[in-house]
Design a protein around this ligand. Structure first.
Ligand SMILES: Nc1nc2c(ncn2[C@@H]2O[C@H](COP(=O)(O)OP(=O)(O)O)[C@@H](O)[C@H]2O)c(=O)[nH]1
Ligand SMILES: [Mg+2]
Length: 697
């Protein structure tokens, strides 16, 4: 593929809710550009971007996929469109955010039938947070239930007056058959014969009356950001198309104007025009400065092919056959031939060679990579999303463009390998998956002897388990994550432990009397020696202690580790020949178990501190649900966007599926974070219920 100068590169993240037509829209753009000979379809598994077996099987985009093509854009010449097809599901929001961070424009796709949804709001918020300009596409205007006016009203209500519709659908007998160009005042019709080219003509007379005020509103919306143009407009000057377009491009870049166009990705309406808009008014990488810091110095640089190369890792993917492939954005500089760069985080040297573009699964080798471009690099060793690759010794850190951090995981599952060979491969495979999607976190929990995979939601976890088998040949079962209950006592008790065995020659003899008492929560264990008069010889006291510690670790009445107990060894007996460390360890353990049973033991459960953020109108539902989970609300607050923030203590056991349930209760509008707070006794009524669960262990 031809390389073009940086000002003719457009890096576009295609984002939005699930099923709105993002992957289909990318396909239509590729087909229009001639990058694919036939229009692939998501439903047949023939689209360019949903190429992974899991994506085809589930009709779901789960990875960030690069598809590059070139379009001819009039005086500009050849423009490279680097389209990043992002997954729409909330579970894969981090992938989408990484795609936004690598792009200069967020192409926010909204369904003409279902309109603005939670994910639309989320991706717009994510783009705004990363400072990425936004451009909306209302897709699916061919559908007979399309309601573009309703969607536009919604867009305006949610995202403000900057929403600037450049097109309206041109109604046909069923759905739309074209678009009305509000800038040029023409109607563009599409033949529906597989061609992407529309033909322009006059606006049908019956639509003129409705169109003209929208046209005026649009022109006003565009010139308002440009004082010179505004003045001329108010004086009655007709502002030319080119000037409007230039002003529009400025408004997009500064995030004050959000154009909206209309498409049908499957009937190929408005695709040619979208490609032209992206080329003509989409920001080039040169318009988005890179801010670097070196020591105390912060400098803003315009990406330049002559600078030292600086690359930002956007995503990595491990293919069992091809190996690792890393998607990078060239922040500045250029690459020709081999080059060794250093990963600023790991300090590892990485040999950079054989850069390529991608068309979904297809590689297109590049001889030269220039500032602002998106490229895939093979065989980097350990790069993670967000890492920066710089020449050796260059003390630079990248301040902007910003890169997102994954949100802390909210849902977890335990993973159990089916066979010993699965067990051997499990951790390696899990680590690979977590590298590809850093919003997945794997851990080994010693207290419950489980390998736990945690992430953003059920879809993501289920897919990870599928991938373990499909891509890494590791078969696993899922299990609930065990709650690390503990046990403690609520009263003082004293008991004697007597260990005595007579087996032929040497016997075993040791007696220890222990007084145990509750300790404040979190203090664990204390041991004091109160033996007087050598009832237990000094050298055996540590053995008593060891026996107690082993008994505590082995568990109390329900088999959970015992904590927060002070133990005093108050008396004992020994035998000059038969006593040994072993005997006293046994005696200590026996005494502890006896005293424990007398000391009114209770089950302790972990309590989490939860912070739930929801729109105010959903707060009641959330509070009701928290109290059904035995939660105690600590307080509520309002955040900077007017949402309620509820803080509560909730037993961790009640939160196992909270991510799934909160999404259902709030229609995806609720967020939460949870962290371990402390242990508390399980209320007796609840303990009876848990007793059964505990007994199963
Ligand atoms: N009628 C119609 N169907 C569409 C259009 N765009 C996408 N679809 C269909 O909508 C479904 C979801 O499309 P897809 O591209 O996977 O959406 P994504 O999840 O946003 O990537 C598929 O069945 C597509 O064939 C459109 O413009 N018109
Ligand atoms: Mg998709």
């Amino acid at each position: 593929m031809n390389q073009v100068p940086s000002e003719r590169i457009r890096n576009v993240a295609v984002v939005g809710g699930h099923g709105v037509g993002k992957t289909s829209l990318v396909e239509a753009l590729l087909y229009h550009a001639g990058a694919v000979p036939r229009l692939g379809r998501v439903d047949d598994g023939t689209s360019t971007c949903d190429h992974d077996p899991d994506e085809i099987a589930h009709h779901l985009s789960v990875d960030l996929t690069l598809a590059s093509c070139t379009v001819e854009a009039g005086a500009l010449g050849t423009v490279v469109l680097n389209l990043l097809d992002a997954p729409g599901e909330a579970d894969f929001a981090y992938q989408a955010a990484c795609g936004l961070a690598a792009s200069d424009l967020a192409l926010v796709v909204v369904s003409a039938t279902t309109g603005v949804d939670v994910r639309t709001e989320d991706v717009v918020e994510a783009a705004a947070a990363l400072g990425v300009p936004r451009f909306f596409v209302v897709n699916g205007i061919d559908r007979d239930r399309a309601d573009v006016e309703g969607v536009l009203a919604d867009l305006r209500q949610r995202f403000g007056a900057g929403i600037a519709p450049l097109e309206l659908p041109l109604p046909g007998p069923e759905g739309a058959t074209g678009v009305i160009d509000l800038l040029a005042d023409t109607a563009v019709t599409y033949r529906g014969d597989g061609s992407t080219r529309g033909s322009a003509g006059p606006i049908p007379p019956e639509l003129v009356a409705a169109e003209s005020p929208v046209h005026d509103a649009l022109v006003e919306g565009i010139v308002v950001g440009d004082d010179g143009l505004m003045e001329r407009y108010l004086e009655g000057d007709a502002i030319g198309f080119d000037e409007l377009e230039a002003s529009l491009a400025g408004g997009i870049l500064t995030g004050t104007v959000f154009p909206v166009v209309c498409t049908s990705a499957t009937s190929l309406i408005g695709i040619d025009r979208l490609a032209t808009f992206l080329a003509e008014v989409g920001p080039s990488p040169l318009a988005r400065p890179v801010v670097l810091s070196a020591g105390d110095e912060v400098v803003e640089v315009t990406p330049s092919p002559d600078a030292d190369p600086l690359l930002r890792v956007v995503a990595t993917r491990t293919d069992p056959y091809v190996g690792r492939a890393t998607l990078c954005r060239v922040l500045t500089g250029s690459l020709t031939g081999d080059r060794t760069l250093v990963n600023r985080r790991t300090r590892a040297e990485e040999r950079i060679h054989a850069p390529e573009r991608r068309l979904g699964a297809t590689s297109i080798p590049l001889d030269r990579v220039t500032a602002g471009d998106l490229v895939v690099l093979p065989k980097l060793s350990g790069a993670l999303p967000g890492d920066v690759l710089a020449p050796k010794g260059a003390p630079v850190d990248v301040v902007a463009p910003a890169f997102p951090e994954p949100a802390p995981p909210v849902l977890a599952t335990a993973i159990v390998p089916r066979s010993a060979s699965d067990d051997d491969k499990l951790m390696g495979a899990l680590h690979r998956l977590c590298e590809e999607d850093p919003s997945l976190v794997v851990s080994r929990v010693d207290e419950t002897h489980q390998s736990v995979l945690a992430g953003a939601g059920e879809t993501q976890l289920a897919l990870a388990v599928d991938r373990l088998a499909r891509r890494f040949g590791v078969s696993v079962d899922r299990e609930d994550v065990r709650i690390p209950y503990r046990e403690t006592i609520t009263a003082e008790a004293t008991a004697e432990g007597r260990h005595k065995k007579q087996t032929g020659g040497h016997g075993q003899f040791g007696v220890a009397t222990l007084r145990i008492a509750p300790l404040p929560r979190g203090e664990g264990f204390a041991f004091v020696d109160e033996v007087v008069g050598g009832a237990i010889p000094r050298q055996f006291i540590p053995a008593v202690r060891k026996g107690v510690e082993e008994a505590m670790a082995a568990g109390g009445l329900s088999g959970f580790p015992v904590v927060d107990v002070s133990v005093a060894c108050v008396d004992g007996k020994h035998h000059p020949v038969d006593s040994s460390e072993q005997s006293f360890a046994q005696a200590g353990a026996l005494a502890f178990r006896a005293a424990f049973a007398e000391a009114q033991p209770v089950l302790l459960e972990p309590i989490s501190l939860v912070e739930v953020t929801v729109p105010a109108e959903l707060q009641g539902d959330v509070l009701g649900d928290l109290s059904a989970r035995r939660g105690r609300v600590l307080g509520t607050d309002v955040d900077d966007r007017g949402r309620q923030v509820v803080r509560a203590n909730v037993p961790t056991a009640e939160l196992a599926r909270y991510a799934v349930d909160l999404r259902a209760i709030t229609g995806g509008r609720g967020r939460f974070r949870a962290e371990h707070a402390r242990y508390e006794p399980v209320p007796p009524a609840v303990a009876a219920r848990y007793g059964a669960a505990a007994a199963e262990r």
